[in-house]
Ligand binder design. Structure first.
Ligand code: DGT
Ligand code: CA
Ligand code: CA
Length: 570
């Protein structure tokens, strides 16, 4: 069972309890536990299996440990199942409406008896919501504008699609003479793997021009809601975007607030409170006086913290790092000197060895490895030993011709379903660089998956495990990998781990890349390019590494080839 499954049960428990106006401490205990669990690299279900003490984790006491055990061993949480019977599922659907949380849902359900999205919609249309204490016309309008999204079960989009759309619109808004600053916020700025919706902030004394520009933008299909400072639109791709227009003196505070994550902001707000301050999207206030808000730096400084890179704002380790003056200097795309995973026309790539080498050189790379597929991937024209040896000869010939970039003779070798390698050891021994990967049989039971991965890790010629789980974000679950076992073995056997930069893979994910770093395993960020444009995805891999808190020193392909070679196992 994946940690996220356990975490989501606790989240749901917290939501239902909050809807029922339960003790806030109990609610918070479940939320804290959910957060701890989802940001833990070790598999809790493995820990339960080995009877490990779960109370070692922050926020997990004896009682929660027992509940985790119950979820892992029985597949469900009896208490949660009981609670679910007390709240109609239509009530829980309301939680998916942007801007609506358990507190509001509690009022809709307990005071108005609303049980579904349809009933809530009707109540809004009848003006019942704006008459509730603490609610206004604005909330009612916002619910009406956003309820459709909850009904459709909002589809998250990849970070690549999110950035492409958001950055295009931001660039166009910046061209308006009236607009001062304009930036992307939300999960897109945090570079999460996927985004639920897009959030853009602009400064302008009159919200009219930026809102009109957005309404007429060629990427926009419809305006869903337009208020005084906020506009919500649906793009033609289906994804929705919020534009908020704020004054210059609040821009930093709005960026801080709308970048999130919610969990990060909860801590920032609490710290402000402890200092007798109040933080909101308009600024940091002592009483009525604004003490910060123009820049994010000011906002963090006012609450006694250094600026925190957006990629780290998930309430994982960033506050501990901030307190210790030890926020890592995150790796940047400019640090990357080599790319060690790419394909050519020898298997399923679109460009020749020479074309790939020249394109890599043009992008400033100092070294590459050509790593075409092995024979098991027959769909991709994978290479057997004979063809591979000939291919390496071709690579050596290009190496002679093309100056200014070093080219390694590599291979992306499949780890077969029966836990043997697709190519002979003799052949692998001749390679400069061997990536071992799972492509087939991803649904095999965890035991067999681990047998396969351990075969690869223990193979003396394997240098790295590529796209470890084989997941395709939003399309295909990855293999059931026991990361505790795998990463320990990788550290012991001097095997590196890849962050595959392709936005549909991003595999390792942020949590496991952080765990690999903790074990001192060198991470390689690779593009897995299948054409000369394939190198474009490098940024997404770097972002994933940044979310994991990785510095240049943690990423092996920031090194010179000479130093990189020292990390390869003998
Ligand atoms: P997403 O859109 O699901 O990928 O994730 P985000 O993080 O972009 O979330 P979104 O779009 O709902 O809101 C953007 C940020 O605004 C969020 O990260 C934190 C802040 N925010 C939004 N709604 C609330 C709220 O109800 N409470 C607090 N504290 N912060 C909020
Ligand atoms: Ca968002
Ligand atoms: Ca939003």
């Amino acid at each position: 069972m994946k940690n996220e499954v356990i975490a989501s049960q606790f989240e749901l428990l917290a939501d239902i309890l909050e809807i029922q106006n339960a003790n806030p401490f109990r609610v918070r205990a479940y939320r804290n536990a959910a957060r701890t669990i989802s940001s833990t690299a070790e598999s809790l279900s493995d820990l339960v299996a080995t009877k490990a003490d779960l109370t070692q984790f922050a926020g997990i006491g004896k009682d929660l440990a027992k509940q985790i055990q119950e979820i892992v061993t029985t597949g469900q949480h009896a208490g949660l199942e009981d609670l679910k019977k007390q709240v109609p599922s239509g009530v829980l659907d309301m939680l998916r409406i942007p801007g609506v949380g358990p507190k509001k849902v509690s009022v809709f359900f307990n005071e108005l008896g609303l049980k579904s999205l349809e009933e809530l919609k009707a109540a809004c249309e009848a003006g019942q919501i704006s008459q509730l204490k603490g609610f206004g016309k604005k909330t009612e309008e916002s619910i009406l504008a956003n309820i459709g999204q909850a009904a459709e079960h909002a589809q998250r989009i990849s970070i690549a699609d999110a950035r492409a759309a958001a950055e295009t619109i931001v660039e166009d808004l910046r061209k308006l003479p009236e607009v001062g600053q304009c930036e992307v916020a939300g999960s897109c700025r945090r570079r999460k793997e996927t985004c639920g919706d897009l959030d853009v902030l602009a400064t302008c004394s009159d919200p009219g021009p930026p809102m009109d520009c957005l309404a007429g933008h060629y990427l926009v299909e419809a305006v869903l809601q337009r208020g005084e400072t906020k506009q919500r639109v649906r793009l033609k791709t289906g994804v929705e975007m919020d534009l908020r227009v704020v004054p210059e003196e609040s821009f930093g505070a709005a960026m801080q607030y709308f970048t999130g994550s919610k969990e990060h902001n909860v801590v920032v707000r609490q710290r402000a409170k402890d200092l007798g301050l109040k933080v909101n999207e308009y600024g940091v206030f002592r009483g009525e006086t604004q003490v910060a808000g123009r820049t994010e730096q000011d906002v963090y400084a006012a609450v006694g913290m250094p600026w925190i890179p957006p990629e780290l704002r998930e309430n994982r380790r960033e506050f501990e790092w901030a307190d210790g003056g030890a926020i890592p200097e995150l790796v940047t795309i400019g640090d990357i000197r080599g790319d060690l995973h790419m394909h050519t026309t020898a298997s399923d790539g679109a460009a020749t060895i020479e074309e790939m080498a020249l394109a890599a050189k043009e992008r400033g790379l100092k070294y590459i490895a050509i790593t075409d597929h092995s024979k098991r991937v027959s769909m991709a024209n994978g290479l057997d030993e004979t063809r591979l040896r000939k291919h390496w000869e071709d690579i050596r010939a290009v190496r002679e011709r093309v100056k200014g970039i070093e080219i390694l003779c590599g291979i992306e070798c499949d780890i077969l379903e029966d836990a043997t390698m697709d190519l002979s050891d003799d052949c692998l021994a001749e390679a400069d660089w061997v990536i071992a990967v799972l492509h087939y049989g991803l649904k095999q039971p965890r035991e067999q998956i681990m047998k396969r991965l351990m075969t690869a890790v223990k193979n003396p010629h394997v240098d790295i495990i590529g796209h470890c789980t084989g997941r395709m974000i939003g399309r295909r679950e990855g293999a059931d990998v026991n990361f505790t076992e795998l990463l320990k073995a990788a550290a012991d056997h001097q095997v590196m781990m890849e962050i595959n930069a392709h936005p549909s893979r991003l595999d390792l994910d942020d949590v496991h890349a952080a765990a690999a770093k903790d074990l001192g395993i060198p991470i390689v960020i690779s593009t897995d390019s299948h054409s000369v444009n394939g190198f474009d995805v490098l940024q997404f891999g770097v972002d994933q590494a940044r979310r994991a808190g990785l510095t240049a020193a943690d990423v092996a392909n920031t090194k010179s080839l000479k130093d990189f070679r020292k990390l390869i196992k003998k």
